[in-house]
Design a protein around this ligand. Structure first.
Ligand SMILES: C[S@@+](CC[C@H](N)C(=O)[O-])C[C@H]1O[C@@H](n2cnc3c(N)ncnc32)[C@H](O)[C@@H]1O
Length: 464
């Protein structure tokens, strides 16, 4: 199944706006994010019973109680000894409570889980079972146990749910939500939570997507309205064409995308971009495949080590590991495997990471160098147009240049970022406002300097 356009769409058109059916905020964000509209605030009110759920106002609290089944979840959270309930378990419980308490239409959603092809029972009969499958089943087993315990603690009428617990239904439900729910993030791409959006959940993946998914919430939210998904068109779409988004960052290499999609969604992508990039790589380098794999492994190892150090707040060590990955990547492109798209995309990913680390380490000038490389590497890739990750890097680069006093470059990148955001988010979105404000300030200063220079030249002062 998939989602298909019934009429043509232009870049920037909003294709679908849908409220979440069930949703949860991630634990780490809990204290500062309203559990209904995802508004960011430091003065949220706690639910007096569970002391966990927080709301920006009464409307949001009522909405959660009625529509997001907080009345059941509340008891379960309040009586949990260990409050660290996995987000997917809470989402599955909220989904079930809501579906069982509503009309036939929603029961169809439950039936969708039953027929879900990645169900536990289906995996049992797979002949090519491997370690990944076994690990994945063990993980689902634990989540199933957590969910059953959570439902028991909720005091939900057990006779209404008992029959659902047969035939591995709960495992199917968890798998359905793992594959069909959307991670919710704000326009700065910080992850906020996870939600199930019934229509949007039909959208398939393509590494060259024609749409992107963005969310209200974070800073731009509507009190009393649950978090919503917005699907925006980023390439012209014809009537009848499938509406596709990318489940991952489009700026990843074919190998990274392949591995990630297999691990998280258990499919091998065969979109046009994957076909192009895989055939180029494998045909061109088949004789060097063994070396190529070991270079690839080395780079990934350095990235993992860098991320580990970053989590431990050892930013300098993290920077050093990432730099090793960068050196290896440059060597691969310059001498070992020139023109290989796989290493080019890896270089884009590492450049972005290195610029982030430079900013944390306050090496601002060096950060602009990596971001310039990023922009150069991405220039002729069709995928970069209108993508939020790219817009964010442009905004960062514009602001860095403004800080460093290079106003011409600051203006150039802020204008580009604003142009992309104009097609992605509403004008009230803080990221758009932020971009507009920065551009306004830089432009005034820049115009003033240009005017001064012109006056000086007119006055024959002869400045260079
Ligand atoms: C969010 S669902 C999309 C709707 C799904 N096609 C359905 O019928 O329910 C995600 C699942 O769709 C399938 N899928 C999505 N994009 C795909 C692609 N490019 N190639 C193969 N399978 C894909 C995978 O099975 C994936 O786990």
């Amino acid at each position: 199944m998939g989602l298909f356009a019934t009429k043509p769409y232009e870049v920037g058109n909003s294709i679908l706006v849908e409220e979440a059916y069930s949703w949860v905020t991630f634990r780490d964000n809990g204290p500062n994010i309203c559990h209904t509209c995802f508004k960011f605030s430091k003065s949220l009110k706690k639910c007096s019973q569970c002391k966990f759920a927080r709301y920006c106002g009464l409307d949001c609290q009522k909405k959660a109680w009625k529509e997001n089944s907080h009345r059941w979840e509340c008891k379960a959270i309040a009586s949990s000894v260990e409050a660290k309930i996995p987000s997917i378990v809470r989402l599955a419980a909220l989904f079930l409570f809501r579906a069982l308490n509503s009309n036939d239409k929603d029961i169809r959603l439950v039936d969708r889980c039953r027929s879900f092809p990645y169900s536990y029972s289906n995996m049992d009969s797979r002949s090519d079972e491997n370690d990944v499958d076994v690990l994945s089943r063990q993980r689902v087993d634990c989540l199933v146990e957590d969910l059953l315990r959570f439902i028991r603690l909720s005091h939900y009428p057990q006779h209404e749910v008992s029959e659902l617990f047969e035939d591995n239904f709960v495992a199917s439900l968890i798998r359905m939500l793992e594959m069909n729910a959307h991670t919710i993030y704000d326009s700065e791409l910080n992850t906020l939570g996870v939600g199930f959006f019934p229509k949007a959940s039909f959208m398939n993946h393509d590494c060259r997507p024609n749409c992107v998914a963005l969310f209200t919430g974070g800073f731009h939210s509507v009190s009393g309205k649950p978090i919503s998904i917005h699907i925006r068109c980023i390439r012209p779409i014809e009537a009848g064409e499938e509406i596709v988004i990318s489940y991952l960052d489009v700026c990843l290499s074919w190998m990274d995308r392949l591995e990630w999609l297999k691990e998280h969604y258990q499919f091998e992508c065969c979109c046009s971009r994957c076909k192009e990039e895989s055939s180029l790589t494998i045909q061109q380098y088949s004789e060097k495949l063994v070396d190529w794999k070991s270079d690839w492994k080395f780079m990934n190892r350095m990235i993992v080590l860098s991320e580990r150090e970053e989590r431990a707040s050892n930013m300098l060590r993290s920077f050093e590991y990432m730099n090793e990955a960068w050196d290896k990547c440059c060597l691969c492109i310059q001498t070992l495997y020139p023109n290989s798209p796989i290493f080019h995309w890896k270089q884009i990913q590492i450049a972005s990471r290195l610029s982030y680390l430079c900013i944390v380490l306050k090496k601002y000038s060096q950060a602009t160098e990596y971001l310039e490389l990023y922009m150069k590497l991405i220039r002729d890739k069709p995928e970069w147009n209108y993508f939020p990750t790219v817009a964010l890097e442009m905004l960062k680069l514009g602001k860095l240049y403004a800080y460093l006093g290079n106003l011409a470059s600051a203006k150039k990148y802020l204008e580009k970022a604003k142009r992309i955001y104009a097609n992605l988010v509403v004008k009230e979105d803080p990221i758009y406002q932020n971009c507009e404000k920065a551009l306004y300030k830089v432009s005034i200063e820049y115009d003033w300097i240009v005017q001064q220079a012109e006056n000086d030249v007119d006055g024959q002062l002869g400045i260079a």
